[in-house]
Design a protein around this ligand. Structure first.
Ligand code: T1G
Length: 707
């Protein structure tokens, strides 16, 4: 018996406990340990029934995702859980799965092969495989409809969303909720079943919930229609529907075979590799090598923000949402009122959508205290400056904070482009100064760039990561270069879109190429949303740091001069109707043509493929420079920045993962062609060159760094 699975007994009942922290994943030896325990219980005449339970904080949370990487890489054969599932289901003695924490993926599939399932009230069940680009591969799509019905099974397998215990009980996935000690409850439940002489039900033999053909056809058609909208570009959700459909049309064993075919098609796909990369990269970002193990986070009981504009107001909502009281300071009552009105409107919208109760909204609003003074700032554990991008003003604020803030308080700037070290140097405590770069809308976007200054202490960094977790954001540590990581890459990315429209690509063609690639929005639509006026100011600021003589975009400045700032003025790259729907504008097309002619730019047909290459490879090339210069810890961190802050498609893995998928050498060769054709902006990054020449990948580069 492996110590990953222990076998004990409670009188006439066997208890099988899985102990594979942190989440009882089905790592090698766990399925074998369970099977051996089932066999042992069935061979023991003194045993009448079996409870299967997870040790630690959860039941089995699924297959060990790390193992899939080895299977996909051909390093090991993919094991099958099917024999174990049959051993459970065909056990002569009744088996009860006792669920707590997250019974996900293979964990739920194992539970469904048991005869009964009881759950702690706080438990959740789910088949989240689609989030990894795969589908349930251990008969989950075959047993779930037999327990919960076809519609529920399709919903769970396509969305991957967790289902709370009470809902699982109502759906028929769970037989009883347990209050108090889960094991005691499971043992009592099993004794009742045995005493009642109940025949242990085999899920695979249950057909009463598989519905009828006509009803099911409507369910599958609706699910496919919905997936076309919500899962644009993804394969797994459609494969999940096919697999559940097979459960309604084929005998169980054939249905399992069909599921297996579909599972393996997904498992070896680029999308699954990318999404599994994202799963681990998103957890890796919080691991900062070299930090002192003694560094402990500051407890955040009180916060304070300077600036109640779009960003300051959004940041205040993050604290209120986390239950942390927050002071929100402005310089005039009018600005303060405007800020509070925006916050209230945002909450009211959420209430209207049914995602927040009225009372919860009031509780959160009550946590935000507007103020025109610094009174109370001395009690704050974290103070965030979120005023407009003016260095002199920020320095004044940090000087004031330095005089007022208590020792150990985090002093953060939300600056998106100014030099954090310069800000920190105005204080007597640069070790406590850090950048917390939120992304607009700050109460929605998950990304938080945590900007490390030269003097920033380990305590300040771990405190910033703890704050990110408290706010349910993804914190990524970035260095203090101009634009940090996300925007520094974005400047290159946006520049290429500007050049492409000057060289002949229609505005809507650039955006369509990028959305077809998987981006949430096209770049010119993004420009219209963020404001062309904002872009002009940023480019003017950037020009101070850029080598002279480089080709600069021409059209955006002309749109700015015409007062076409984008959505906010009803017209920018596009014109907008009363519902803010973007409409291609012939005036802009004419302006572009005229500008290109005046600049002597030879216009031409430009393929969607080139549009994607010019924009995405610009990201990759800049990302490689950032890695080499040490302003990002890992290529995976850059991917997480782009997935959570810039709408890059998760099923592409992020720009650096995408470079590995395309082939680093292919990207490098194309960058060299662009360099020859378009000049200095395309100077190949040395790291990109090195990886191309040595057959390296960004993933391997990351791995080498962490070994
Ligand atoms: N495999 C390997 N490692 C895993 C893992 C898994 N399934 N789940 C979590 N971890 C690691 C994670 O990387 C982190 O490691 C630590 O555990 C804590 O995770 C056969 C084919 C269960 C809700 O998709 O949803 O079953 O960073 O930070 O916030 O048909 O983990 O500490 O080194 O997320 O408390 C299906 C994925 C697999 C579940 C807990 N199952 N996991 O959340 O902790 S495919 C899943 C989660 C499958 C079957 C199919 C969450 C959680 P480290 P954490 P958490």
């Amino acid at each position: 018996m492996s110590d990953l699975v222990t076998y004990t007994s409670d009188g006439e009942l066997a208890v099988i406990t899985i102990n594979n922290p942190p989440v009882n994943a089905l790592s090698p030896a766990v399925p074998e340990g369970i099977a051996a325990s089932i066999e042992r219980a069935n061979a023991d005449p003194s045993i009448n029934g079996i409870v299967l339970i997870g040790g630690g904080r959860t039941f089995i949370a699924g297959a060990d995702i790390k193992e899939f990487g080895k299977v996909v890489a051909g390093e090991k054969e993919e094991g099958s859980l099917l024999p174990l599932l049959l051993a459970l289901e065909d056990s002569a003695k009744p088996v009860v799965a006792a669920l707590h924490g997250s019974a996900f993926g293979g964990g739920l599939e194992i539970a469904m092969a048991c005869h009964y399932r009881v759950a702690d009230k706080g438990a959740q069940v789910g088949q989240p495989e689609v989030k990894l680009g795969i589908i349930p591969g251990a008969a989950g799509t075959q047993r779930l409809p037999r327990l919960a019905g076809v519609e529920k099974a399709v919903e769970m397998c396509v969305s991957g969303a967790p289902v709370k215990a009470a809902e699982a009980l109502a759906a028929g996935i769970v037989d009883q909720l347990i209050t108090g000690d889960l094991l005691a409850g499971a043992l009592a439940f099993l004794r009742e079943k045995i005493a009642a002489g109940a025949t242990p039900p085999k899920t695979r033999e249950r057909h009463d919930k598989l519905g009828d053909e006509a009803t099911n056809a409507a369910i599958f058609a609706a699910a496919r229609e919905k997936a076309k909208k919500t899962a644009r570009g993804l394969h797994a959700p459609f494969a999940a529907i096919d697999a559940v459909e097979a459960a309604t049309k084929l005998p169980f064993d054939e249905g399992c075979q069909r599921e297996r075919e579909l599972f393996r098609q997904c498992l070896f796909s680029d999308q699954a590799k990318a999404l599994m990369h994202v799963f681990f990269a998103e957890r890796e970002v919080a691991k900062i090598p070299g930090l002192s193990p003694e560094a402990k986070p500051v407890a955040i009981q009180q916060a304070a923000i300077i600036g109640a504009g779009t960003m300051g107001g959004g940041i205040a909502m993050n604290f209120a949402n986390a239950g942390v009281p927050v002071l929100l300071k402005e310089t005039t009552q009018e600005a303060l009122d405007r800020g509070l009105a925006t916050i209230t409107k945002n909450y009211a919208n959420t209430v209207k959508k049914g995602r927040l109760g009225e009372e919860a909204m009031q509780q959160r609003l009550a946590l935000i205290t507007p103020t025109l003074s610094y009174d109370g700032f001395e009690n704050a554990d974290v103070i965030i400056e979120a005023v407009f991008e003016n260095m002199a003003l920020k320095k004044d604020i940090f000087t004031e904070l330095d005089n007022r803030a208590k020792a150990g308080a985090l002093l953060a700037s939300n600056t998106s482009s100014l030099n954090l070290d310069e800000i920190a140097a105005t204080t007597s405590r640069p070790a406590s100064v850090i950048g917390l770069h939120f992304f607009s809308p700050a109460n929605v976007m998950r990304l938080l760039e945590i900007v490390r200054g030269k003097a920033t202490s380990d305590e300040t960094i771990v405190s910033a990561f703890a704050l990110a977790k408290l706010m349910k954001k993804v914190g990524v540590l970035v260095g203090n270069c101009h634009g940090f990581v996300g925007n520094r890459m974005f400047f290159q990315y946006m520049r290429e879109a500007y050049f492409l429209v000057e060289e002949g690509a229609a505005v809507e063609a650039v955006d369509k190429a990028l959305t077809n690639f998987g981006m949430a929005m096209g770049l010119l639509a993004v420009d219209d949303m963020a404001g062309i006026d904002v872009g002009v100011k940023v480019r003017q600021e950037n020009a101070k740091n850029e080598p002279a003589g480089r080709r600069q975009p021409l059209v955006a400045d002309k749109l700015y001069a015409l007062g076409r700032y984008g959505q906010k003025t009803g017209a920018g790259w596009y014109k907008y109707d009363e519902n803010r729907r973007a409409i291609p504008d012939a005036e802009v097309a004419a302006l572009i043509e005229q500008t290109a002619t005046e600049a002597g730019i030879q216009r031409r047909e430009i393929s969607a493929e080139e549009i994607v290459e010019r924009c995405v490879y610009a990201l990759i090339n800049e990302g490689a420079k950032i890695l080499e210069e040490g302003f990002a810890l890992r290529a995976g961190d850059i991917d997480i920045v782009y997935l959570n802050g810039y709408g890059f498609a998760a099923w592409r893995g992020g720009p650096m993962w995408y470079a590995d998928t395309v082939g680093v050498k292919n990207v490098y060769d194309r960058v060299c062609e662009f360099h020859a054709e378009h000049g200095a902006w395309w100077e190949p990054a040395p790291l990109l060159k090195r990886l191309a020449e040595t057959g390296g990948t960004f993933a391997a580069w990351d791995k080498a760094k962490t070994e």
